[in-house]
Write a protein that binds this ligand. Structure first.
Ligand code: DAH
Length: 339
């Protein structure tokens, strides 16, 4: 029996030495020290021993138990320590390593230019108004003196939601919405997104941006229009910039004009950007048609006004020398990073 205990001691010590996982220690304890373990098994057989041998065997058994228990305790401690060291190693943070810089965005060129234009007009006392992009036919066409079947509707074909609701083709409906709510004096610009069912190419996009302007008060003349546009053009394109009004037709203004600015690139000498004319067309404008004023119950005999509408994307392209409107909508970071 003594030999058996010795054998258990050696086997257990050997097994313990080979253990390297905390999870396995309980299994070890059960196998050697548990109620059904090897040691207990031996002690159960003590009844068959001669009386004088029992205390000796008992003593050895106790010794083996004590030794295994203390070895197990030591092993547990060692493995726990090793696990902690491993974890600390794995979770180590080197606070001296330089941090990763988060990618910092920047304003889209259209936003940058819009902010600049807003500043210019706010400086002249304009307010900023807004209107919906999903618009009634009434505001987009009808009240702007473009009745159903008017041929000028063809140039502004759009996306219809039903017979009366569409995606606005210009920012001009905000003129009507503003005049419905507010009596003169009115002095607003309305920037926003507009839609047309145009094929995409270098100069066309089904989504683009416009800025509308509207001034209504007593005694407003075309001279005021020219003056405002002059200040605007000089502020955007430089102090030498000249403005030119050419007669045109819009159903919602009378008289109407298209407005050119002298080419900022060649100063009027002629270059690729201005198609060698020295001038660049930037907007449509005119005196608000009396019929439009009547639509919103403003007496055209008492009040007059001017309006204008410009393509914001075009201004951006002229300012930055960009020759393809698609670049503004593709949102390629490599392109946008340049501004
Ligand atoms: N709404 C016109 C367009 O999209 C531009 C325009 C022309 C606006 C003359 C005006 C204006 O306010 O008076 O083509």
């Amino acid at each position: 029996m003594k030999a058996k205990l010795e054998e258990i001691r050696l086997e257990a010590l050997h097994a313990l030495e080979g253990l390297d996982e905390l999870d396995k220690l309980e299994e070890f304890r059960l196998k050697y020290l548990g109620k059904k373990g090897a040691l207990t098994q031996v002690l159960r057989g003590m009844g068959g021993l001669p009386a004088e041998e029992r205390p000796i065997v008992g003593q050895i058994a106790n010794e083996v138990r004590n030794q295994l228990e203390s070895e197990l305790e030591q092993k547990t401690k060692d493995l726990k320590e090793a696990a902690l060291t491993r974890r600390l190693e794995a979770e180590k943070i080197d606070v001296t390593v330089p941090g990763e810089r988060p990618g910092l965005g920047r304003l889209h060129p259209v936003t940058t230019v819009l902010n600049e234009l807003k500043d210019i007009f706010l400086g002249m006392g304009f307010d900023v108004a807004e209107g919906p992009e999903i618009e009634y036919d009434y505001y987009n066409f009808e009240a702007l003196n473009l009745p159903k079947n008017h041929p000028a509707r063809d140039t502004q074909d759009t996306f219809y939601i039903d017979n009366t609701i569409l995606l606005r083709t210009h920012t001009s409906p905000v003129q009507i919405r503003t005049m419905e709510k507010q009596k003169p004096p009115i002095k607003i610009i309305c920037p926003g997104r507009v839609y047309r069912s145009d094929e995409v190419d270098a100069t066309h996009s089904p989504i683009f941006h416009q800025i509308e302007g509207l001034v209504v008060d007593k005694g407003i003349t075309m001279g005021d229009l020219k003056g405002v546009l002059d200040v605007f053009a000089k502020a955007v394109f430089g102090p030498e910039t000249k403005t030119k009004l050419r007669p045109h037709h819009f159903p919602f203004t009378e008289p109407s004009a298209e407005v050119d600015v002298s080419c900022a690139i060649c100063k009027g000498a002629g270059c690729r950007v201005c198609s060698y004319t020295g001038w660049i067309e930037i907007l449509g404008a005119g005196m608000v048609h009396p019929r439009v004023l009547e639509y919103v119950n403003i007496d055209p005999n008492e009040y007059s006004g001017f309006a204008f509408g410009m393509g914001l994307d075009r201004i951006v392209n002229i300012k930055y020398g960009i020759d393809d409107i698609r670049l503004l909508f593709e949102n390629d970071i490599r392109f946008l990073k340049q501004f």
